[in-house]
Write a protein of this length. Structure first.
Length: 184
């Protein structure tokens, strides 16, 4: 027999019980449930392994970061050209450059959030891709060197949009669908 103190009194456990977790309490004590597991010394808890990041989230994060980097490079180029005085209106070029640099922060932060699996990052990433579609269309309708840039931007934007709306991506980011209840 094993004697353990639970719920304020000694508990005697019988080996003949059909339920191994049931224990009989000493007189004047309440019956209690006892663990059938052996007590082992507390060892260091094993580190919780986080599942590998899905390749689709990494792909979307990379595409979004690339779009943000392109915006930042374009903004820096416009800012430098505005400061050197080459455009017709240096003030417009400088303001346009600063605006592009500020706008570049949105997809860059969204890409960082996607890599860290933050559910909030899907919204800014979706908005970035939706805004990229008319830009790609405009580039495709232009002439010369900008057509290949439009093709690349359209392919990147459509790929990222498709990956962002996939149910597996939504689940991997921990976003609940409307009408579902959270797991308790």
């Amino acid at each position: 027999m094993t004697v353990r103190v639970l719920r304020g009194g000694p508990v005697v456990r019988s080996r003949t019980d059909s339920d191994p977790g049931f224990a009989f309490a000493a007189p004047g004590c309440q019956p209690a449930r006892v663990s059938t597991q052996q007590n082992t010394p507390a060892s260091s808890p094993s580190p919780r392994l986080e599942p590998a990041k899905p390749s689709r989230i990494t792909l979307v994060a990379g595409l979004t970061a690339l779009e943000g980097a392109a915006l930042a490079i374009g903004g820096i180029y416009m800012l430098v050209m505005g400061l050197l005085g080459r455009p017709e209106s240096p003030q417009q070029a400088e303001m346009g450059g600063l605006t592009l640099i500020a706008l570049a922060l949105i997809p860059l932060f969204a890409a960082r959030g996607l890599l860290r699996r933050r559910s909030w990052s899907r919204g800014p990433a979706l908005i970035t891709q939706i805004i990229g579609l008319p830009v790609a269309w405009t580039l495709l309708r232009s002439h010369g060197v900008l057509i290949p840039a439009g093709i690349v931007l359209a392919a990147m934007t459509l790929t990222a949009l498709y990956q962002l709306v996939r149910p597996t991506t939504v689940e991997a980011l921990g976003i609940r669908r409307p009408g579902t209840t959270p797991d308790a």
